[in-house]
Write a new protein. Structure first.
Length: 277
């Protein structure tokens, strides 16, 4: 009799447990269905980063493009030197891009030349570009001025950014065998010679070379600029920068800065940055 009672009790407990389990399962299914029914459908206006959005309600399936968050360009130094031409000077400023993945395809700048009293005697505006994490000189040659220039102020007026996606490699342009020397016979005071090597896999229509001469204190004492056209991949090309007139200071260091505007080359830039940002 006891065995029968124990058997019936176990059967009851199993049946009870099964009923409870079914009840819990039905309850959970009901809660899930209710949540699914009440849950808002992901959209481009729900203030959440969902779907395949790049940011909150922007990018991906959303028509709104995400705002570019980039640090502003900075300028460390600026100044002027004699150009060798009467009433004209050469201007320079060093600009740095602190962003590792953003390049400025276009930034506008302004040089202000001031006299000893702080009055602006001449202004010079221009447009340039800068690659991610790059530091470069902005050079303006043969700028006319009035009065007596004393110092230069350099301002970056605005910046347009492009994001470089996945992989980025700088144009492989190298300067080798550069030499500086005064000209003992012939036309001119001094010159810089060297060899440009295009070790990238691209042909370039125009490459700008800015030559910066510095003294023992690393101060800029002379500037020059030249361009090389139609430089093919793997090509080596001689270049020469000439100063017709004597300038003050002793040259102790020569920098040659290469620049190619990859933002204007569709066959090049499409591989490295997302257009239209």
């Amino acid at each position: 009799m006891e065995i029968l009672d124990k058997f019936l009790e176990d059967k009851y407990q199993k049946k009870r447990a099964t009923i409870i389990a079914i009840f819990v399962a039905v309850f959970l299914l009901f809660i899930f269905m209710l949540y699914s029914w009440l849950k808002p459908v992901p959209s481009c206006s729900d203030n959440k980063k969902n779907q395949n959005e790049v940011g909150i309600d922007c990018g991906g399936v959303c028509a709104t493009k995400c705002a570019i968050v980039a640090q502003n360009l900075t300028s460390q130094e600026s100044g002027f030197v004699e150009s060798g031409v009467a009433s004209k000077i050469d201007l320079y400023a060093r600009v740095s891009n602190p962003n590792a993945t953003f390049g400025s395809k276009k930034f506008q700048y302004e040089f202000k030349i001031l006299d000893a009293a702080g009055s602006v005697v001449t202004t010079k505006k221009g447009v340039s570009y800068i690659l991610p994490a790059e530091s470069k000189y902005v050079v303006e040659n043969n700028v006319e001025f009035v009065g007596v220039p004393s110092r230069v102020e350099f301002n970056i007026l605005n910046q347009e950014w492009s994001e470089f996606a996945n992989y980025y490699e700088r144009p492989q342009l190298k300067i080798v065998n550069k030499t500086y020397g005064q000209i003992n016979s012939g036309i001119g005071f001094s010159e810089v010679k060297g060899l440009l090597k295009n070790e990238s896999s691209f042909n370039f229509n125009t490459i700008r070379l800015d030559v910066i001469l510095k003294d023992a204190n690393d101060s800029v004492i002379a500037l020059n600029s030249t361009e090389m056209n139609t430089v093919k991949s793997g090509e080596n090309r001689d270049f020469r920068a000439l100063w017709l007139n004597r300038f003050p200071g002793e040259v102790m260091n020569v920098e040659v800065q290469t620049g190619v505007n990859i933002f204007e080359s569709e066959t090049f830039t499409k591989q490295y940055f997302v257009p239209g940002l």
